[in-house]
Design a protein around this ligand. Sequence first.
Ligand code: M6R
Length: 596
Amino acid sequence: MCGIIGYSGNRQARDVVLSGLKRLEYRGYDSAGIVVGNGSIQLVKDKGGMANLESILPEMKGQYGIGHTRWATHGPPLKNNSHPHLDCNEELALVHNGIIENNMALREELIERGHTFKSETDSEVIVHILEELYDGNLEDAMLKTVAKLEGSFALAAIHAKENGKIVGVRNISPLVVGVGKKENFLASDVPAILEYTDRMIYLLDGEIVTLTRDEVKIMNFEGKPVARNWQKVEMNLEGAEKSGYEHFMLKEIFEQPDVIMDTFIGANLNAENGYSINLRPDTIKIIACGTSYHAGYVGKYMFEEFAHVPTTVDIASEYRFSSATNSNPLIIGISQSGETSDTLAALRTAQKRGFNTLGIVNIVGSTLTREADNIFYTRAGLEVGVAATKTYITQLIALLTLAIKVGVAKKTLGIDEARHLSNQLRKLPKHVRTVLDNSEQIIEISRGISDSKSMFFLGRNMNFPVALEGALKMKEISYIHAEGYPGGELKHGPLALVTEDTPVIAIAVKDQTYEKMLGNIGEVSARGATVIGIGTEGDTELPKYADHVIFIPKVPPLFTPVLVSVVMQLLAYHVANVRGCEIDKPRNLAKSVTVE
Ligand code: M6R
């Protein structure tokens, strides 16, 4: 996830691009850069965030330019890997947000044809292709260039000799055009340009825009002109970084359909990048903390089901006190930040024991990425809310993808079965959207339980850790005491705490645990508890048992944790919101826990 911006008009482009980049910094702050055109092009870029860029930025004369703020995916956050990237003649400049999946093949071809690469990024191939295809008209070159690219990309490019012209492209990664008076803008997100104009054109996938000071022209990837009117955006700048959402947490919950896809696509890239993950371990041990631990716990069921590999899950701070596991284990450390001290310490212990380690990590360049033997990146983008949401969902996607790969490698999963699962996985973003569209019902239920002092979350099998995560989310941001339990365990003690004042959230989806969960719902109902059931759409039985039922779309059983988790995130968020809690920065917590 990166931020891009472009400007053409009568102002100094440097100032407009700089102010826009500051508003896009939430999209990444590994490095940043600006190019301004004025007969030639002047480039300034460096590693680090906007404060650093601003401190080194000289006066730059020119009325068109582009800028970028980076969240590193290919290549560490170094100056060379910063955008904008230039062609060999230093006449063309380009910024990119997204992932070019076929970059390795393209890069090799370009090097063979004599191009010199200055970065390790996937993005730089684009500017060299543009260079080859450029024949005096940037949009023509861009049209031919996009035909060669696979993956997700939002682009903005300028040429030194085409004064005032910016060409932008949208394909999966977002890009919006801001229409001004004698000036026009491009940006990854509305807030970047809202201080200059509220007239926006949201580009669609497969569109190329050419903008100058006086004109905005859009065409599709076939080169056919597209007519589009601007829309007036009702958004105030105060909440702009949250793109109109009240809290970052809610924004991040709603980003989940996109980041699921990014992580799924990225899974193939992880393999392409030459990582040699041990796909045939005899056992797996997963080590993590907090929400990442819960994701790992769900992963245990995935590895056991798809690959028949016995899998154990340890809380990282406990691992060092355990005895060594069997021979040929794969140790998987999961961490959003890649900086959690407990997880790092546990991984180091595993390495001292001679075990092969794999990190599932979100932040590129973090300590875990440098220390683990292999890395699998989740591609959730920057998560600002302290409560993990989209990073957890992408951990589930990473684990699903890995479990399928291990299953295929160990031949416990046939190729056709694996393909079928991958196809189902591709549909998950759509199903998540369906859950998000049901927010009104969840808000209504949240109002009814927001005064509670205590809650229980029940689930069985792979949905037991989902219940743990639901309870963690609830306590973390609403400060209501909440416990996650396996449905069958309640009667062995905790049932003593269940009264009419204790709402119970019960996961009763249609899988092999369904009948038993109905029994558990009966047990708590008999004690007067209000039951909120989470069930599979089309189920007519569950509403007879539960006071409220929130339905999720029907998906393969091991995919249900993703959809149920989204319901639980929304429930926690809205309960906390009704209670007026400090949602994005809950008391006593930090995003990255760097003490043991
Ligand atoms: O960065 P990590 O994934 O290693 O962080 C682990 C936990 O600190 C983290 O998941 C924490 O539990 C979150 N605040 C939960 O929302």
